[in-house]
Design a protein around this ligand. Sequence first.
Ligand code: FES
Length: 136
Amino acid sequence: MSINNAWLAVCDLTDIVPDTGVCALIDGEQVAIFHVQHAQEKVFAIGNYDPASQAAVLSRGLVGSIGERVVVASPIYKQHFDLKTGECVESPEYSVRAYATRIEGGRVWVQAGAQTQAYDEESAEAHQDVHAGALA
Ligand code: FES
């Protein structure tokens, strides 16, 4: 039976060391869940499988930011993945899915099967802004 679109309490927020990620198995998929201390939204969830290195490692990546974007750097080839959208900053063809998250009662909730837009024109434009900012 699929639990598509169900909200699942995965762990307590305090279970995740600030500015690191953990991996959870949700509806048969490995999901990388991050607790980002400085971000407005404190918890993010994206697919754990890095298409560039073909390894399930994103939960172990380094959390950082590029401009306004909160990202994780893959531990293998160091591509950056936007934690909100799952977009791979350097190579959009390697983008991963992003999951809706919320914090309630001190617990981290992830919506199974929920997918946010990984790449669209708007984010492509934002990407160019990020690049311009990086070069400025
Ligand atoms: S290539 Fe887009 S941010 Fe550098």
